[in-house]
Design a protein around this ligand. Structure first.
Ligand code: CMP
Length: 138
């Protein structure tokens, strides 16, 4: 059980002006925002963030998409944060996402799926540190 996770609202959701609605759902589900910034990833930075997927056939598409427009990165706090947040966002493929989840509501495809959530406590720390210095993590 962890009390923190990391999220990114992806370029598709930013472009559709869904950032506020998604943050509202995150807060309503009991997550506290402890660090947040809107920024744009270079292709190099997006490639670094998703380096774990470098061998996958969709890697180039993923890097291209994630550097195509602004994202909002945040560290979130709540009891059981990693697991509860993955339940809130729903399955990677929106066609398989449960009703009422963020991806069911706002994602359009497996690639353009609105939001990222860390898959483990260890990755939550690595991903949070990628965007925020220790001094920015309250
Ligand atoms: P996320 O969980 O943020 O991190 C890895 C991302 O790779 C995932 O979201 C998807 O957006 C993307 N991804 C996974 N599978 C595919 C796929 N088959 N085609 C395109 N993108 C994918």
């Amino acid at each position: 059980m962890s009390n923190r996770t990391f999220t990114m609202i992806k370029p598709d959701a930013t472009q559709k002006n869904n950032t506020g609605a998604i943050l509202q759902m995150i807060n309503a589900a009991g997550f506290r925002i402890v660090a947040m910034k809107t920024t744009k990833l270079s292709a190099e930075k997006a490639g670094e963030f998703y380096a774990v997927h470098a061998a996958r056939p969709f890697y180039a598409e993923l890097v291209n998409f994630m550097s195509s427009g602004p994202i909002t990165a945040a560290i979130l706090e709540k009891e059981n944060a990693v697991d509860d947040f993955r339940k809130l966002i729903g399955a990677t493929n929106p066609a398989e996402a449960a009703e009422g989840t963020i991806r069911k509501l706002y994602a359009s495809s497996i690639g353009e799926n609105a939001i990222h959530g860390s898959d483990s406590n260890e990755n939550a720390v690595i991903e949070g540190d990628f965007f925020f210095s220790k001094l920015e993590q309250f």
